[in-house]
Design a protein around this ligand. Sequence first.
Ligand code: ADP
Ligand code: TMP
Ligand code: ASP
Length: 236
Amino acid sequence: MKKTILATGKSKTIYTTDDPNLLVMEFRDDATAFNGVKKASLARKGKVNNHFNAHVMQLLAAENIAVHFVKLLSETESLVKKLDMIRIEFVVRNVVAGGISKRLGIEEGMVLPEPTLELFLKDDALGDPMINESHVHVFNWAKDEEIAELKQRTLRINTILKAFFAKAGLTLVDFKLEFGRADGKLLLGDEFTLDGCRVWDTKTQKKFDKDRFRRDLGEVIESYEEAAERLGIDVL
Ligand code: ADP
Ligand code: TMP
Ligand code: ASP
C-alpha cells in the first residue's frame, strides 16, 4: 500500500498510498529532544508510541473530536487522513514545567488555577518560537476563525484527557497538539504520545514522559510501557 516517502520527520516517516487522501504514518524508534539536538534510538519506542497514539486518537474520536487517525496497520504503522498541516503547535499546560518554568522563572510543579494555552511556530531551524494570535493573523498562518475553533477544541481535549489520566492516578501536566485541514474541515493530526506531553504520577510525581530522555533519568521506554499499562493501553 505504501508508495513513496512524503516526509521524514524526527521520529516518524510519512508515506503516500494509492489513495491520495490517505497516508501511512510510521513510528520509528528514534528519539530527539531540544529540537533535534539530542538524539538516540530507543528499542520498542515506535511500537509503543504507535499503539499509545491509536488508543488516544480513538478515545478522542469517541468523544466527537475529529481526528486524522483511521486505523492501525501494523506494530509501528497507522493509516491516517492526509492533512494540509497548520504550522502551529498548540500547547496546553495544567501544571508549570519545562519551557514556561524556564521562561518565566516559576518553579516546576505549581498547579495552575486554570489551563493556559500557548502557540508556537513549527520551525525546527528557528527553535519553534512562541508566537501570538496577532502573528498568526498578520502572517496568515491560519484564519482567525480556525484559531478560535482550535483553541476551544484543544481545551476540550485537555478536559477529556485530564480525566483519562486521572483515573490511572496520573497527572496530565502539559501537551502539544498539531492540526490540519482536509475537505474544508479541521482535524487533529500528528500524534498524542508520551513524546509530546508530560505525565506525572499524582502521588509520587514520578515522570512517565519524554523528560526521562531529555533529563537522562533512564528507563525511558520502560516508563512509557508502565504508563500505558496503568491506562489500559495494550502496547506489547
Ligand atoms: P517532527 O520532525 O515534526 O517531529 P515527525 O517525526 O513527528 O516530525 O513527523 C511527522 C511529520 O508529519 C510532521 O511534520 C507532522 O506535522 C506531519 N504530519 C502529521 N500528521 C500528518 C497528516 N495527517 N498529514 C500530513 N502531514 C502530517
Ligand atoms: P515545553 O515545556 O518544552 O514548552 O513543552 C510543553 C509540552 O509540549 C511538553 O509536553 C512537550 C511538548 N512539546 C513538543 O512535544 N514539541 C514541541 O516542539 C514543543 C514546543 C512542545
Ligand atoms: N522540541 C521537542 C522536544 O524537545 C521535540 C523534539 O525536539 O523532538 O521534545
